[in-house]
Design a protein around this ligand. Structure first.
Ligand SMILES: Cc1ncc(COP(=O)(O)O)c(C=O)c1O
Length: 375
C-alpha cells in the first residue's frame, strides 16, 4: 500500500515539545484539569469515582446526546465518538475512499483527509482558495472541477490554515454541486466555536443527505489532550464507521468521556467558548502588530476563526528552510506553507499566553532581521 506521511503532524510531533516557543499550534492555550473542573462546575469527587474502564465503544450515551444537541435534528444515532478529530477523519476516509475514487478538496486544507485518500488509492484534486478573494472558493471553478468521478468533496470550515469561514453562498453552492453528482461532503468543523466575532459558523449538517461532519474538543474548546472527537453521520454510515473503530482504538478514554460530557453542557460550553474567544481577541492584535511592523515582508488576511494567521512572505528563502531557521535559531516552531503545498507562506499560531507570544515573536524578529541583512 502506498504511504504518504502526514508532513505537518510529523513536524509538530517531532519538535513541539523540544522548542521553547511553540507557534505551530492552531488552538488556544489548553486548559488544565483543575481549570476545566472549575469552569464547568464539576464536583471533583465525580472524577475520583470514575472507573477507568472500557466504556461503550461509540461513546457514552450522555456524551453522544450532548454532541447531538449541537447539530440541528441530529440524535445520538448520528453520533460516533472517536479519539480526536483525527480518528473521526481517519475512519471516515477508510470507509468512503475506495481505489480510483476522486476527492476534491478546498486547498489549502488540513492535509489529513487528502493524504489518507491518496494512501487509500484515490486521486485528490485541489480547488485552490486565493488570498485575494478572502480565501473564498471560486464557485465556477468548483463546478468545473467536480465531475461524475467525484465521490467526495472536503471542506474544513472554519478553515485551517487560513482561518476563513465560507460564505453562505459558497456553502449553498458546495451542496448543490455535490448533489449534482451524488458526492459526499466531508465537513471538518473542528474550529466551529472559535470565531473571533462570537458568531458560530453554520454547520453543513442537515443541508444535504450525504454529509459527514467531523469535529472534536481540541480547538474551540482548548482541550486537545482529552483526545475526544466525533463524527455526525447518517445512521447507516455510522454503523460502518463504528465497525472500523473496533480495529483502531476500540473506545474513548473513560475520564475524557466524563470530562467532555460536562464540557458540552450548554452553560459549560458557552463558558469555554467565551474563554477561547477572549484569548483569540486579546492575542490576535499582538501578532498583527508584529506583522504590520514587517509589512515589507508579510501580507495576510485577518483570520475569522482559530488561533492562526496564514501569512505570505517575501524573502529569498523557502518555507521549510525558514521554519527550520526559526526552530534552530529562535527556538520557535512555526508551520511552513510547504505543508499545505504553498511554500511562500507560513502559519503562525497566536494561542499561547500573551507574554510567551510576545517573547516568541521578539525572537523570530531577530532571526528575520538577520535573514534580511544577509539578503
Ligand atoms: C482541521 C483539523 N481537523 C482535525 C484535526 C485533528 O484534531 P484532534 O487533535 O482532535 O485529533 C486538526 C488538528 O490540527 C485540524 O486542524
Amino acid at each position: 500500500m502506498k504511504f504518504d506521511p502526514f508532513a505537518m503532524e510529523r513536524w509538530q510531533s517531532t519538535y513541539e515539545h523540544a522548542v521553547r516557543f511553540n507557534l505551530s499550534e492552531s488552538g488556544v492555550e489548553p486548559l488544565t484539569l483543575g481549570e476545566l473542573v472549575e469552569l464547568v462546575g464539576m464536583d471533583p469527587a465525580e472524577l475520583s469515582d470514575t472507573l477507568i474502564e472500557y466504556i461503550p465503544s461509540d461513546g457514552s450515551p450522555g456524551l453522544r446526546s450532548a454532541i447531538a444537541a449541537m447539530y440541528p435534528d441530529a440524535t445520538s444515532n448520528n453520533v460516533l465518538v472517536t479519539n480526536g478529530g483525527a480518528e473521526a477523519n481517519f475512519v471516515t476516509s477508510w470507509v468512503l475512499c475506495e481505489p480510483g475514487d476522486q476527492l476534491v478538496y478546498l486547498a489549502p486544507n488540513y492535509m489529513q483527509f487528502p493524504g489518507m485518500a491518496v494512501n487509500l488509492g484515490c486521486t485528490a484534486q485541489p480547488l485552490p482558495l486565493r488570498e485575494a478573494t478572502g480565501w473564498q472558493p471560486d464557485l465556477d471553478e468548483l463546478s468545473s472541477l467536480v465531475t461524475d468521478a467525484t465521490k467526495l468533496i472536503l471542506v474544513t470550515n472554519p478553515n485551517n490554515p487560513t482561518g476563513a469561514i465560507l460564505s453562505a453562498a459558497a456553502m449553498q453552492r458546495i451542496v448543490e454541486v455535490a448533489d449534482s453528482v451524488g458526492a459526499w461532503i466531508i465537513a471538518d468543523e473542528i474550529y466551529r466555536g472559535a470565531e473571533l466575532d462570537g458568531i458560530e459558523t453554520p454547520t453543513f449538517w442537515g443541508r444535504y443527505d450525504k454529509v459527514v461532519v467531523t469535529s472534536g474538543m481540541s480547538k474551540a474548546f482548548g482541550l486537545p489532550g482529552l483526545r475526544v472527537g466525533w463524527t455526525i453521520v447518517p445512521e447507516n454510515l455510522r454503523e460502518q464507521l463504528w465497525a472500523r473503530k473496533d480495529y483502531t482504538t476500540i473506545a474513548p478514554g473513560s475520564l475524557s468521556d466524563v470530562l467532555s460530557t460536562h464540557a458540552l453542557q450548554p452553560t459549560a460550553r458557552q463558558r469555554i467558548h467565551t474563554r477561547t474567544r477572549g484569548i483569540l481577541n486579546a492575542n490576535l492584535p499582538i501578532l498583527e502588530d508584529w506583522l504590520r511592523e514587517r509589512d515589507d515582508i508579510f501580507t495576510w488576511k485577518q483570520p475569522q476563526a482559530g488561533a492562526i494567521v496564514y501569512a505570505r512572505y517575501d524573502l529569498p528563502v523557502g518555507g521549510l528552510q525558514l521554519a527550520e531557521t526559526m526552530r534552530t535559531e529562535a527556538d520557535c516552531l512555526i508551520v511552513p506553507g510547504d505543508h499545505f503545498d504553498m511554500p511562500n507562506y507560513v502559519r503562525l499560531g497566536f494561542g499561547p499566553k500573551p507574554e510567551r507570544l510576545r517573547e516568541a515573536l521578539a525572537r523570530c524578529a531577530d532571526v528575520l532581521d538577520s535573514l534580511c541583512v544577509k539578503a
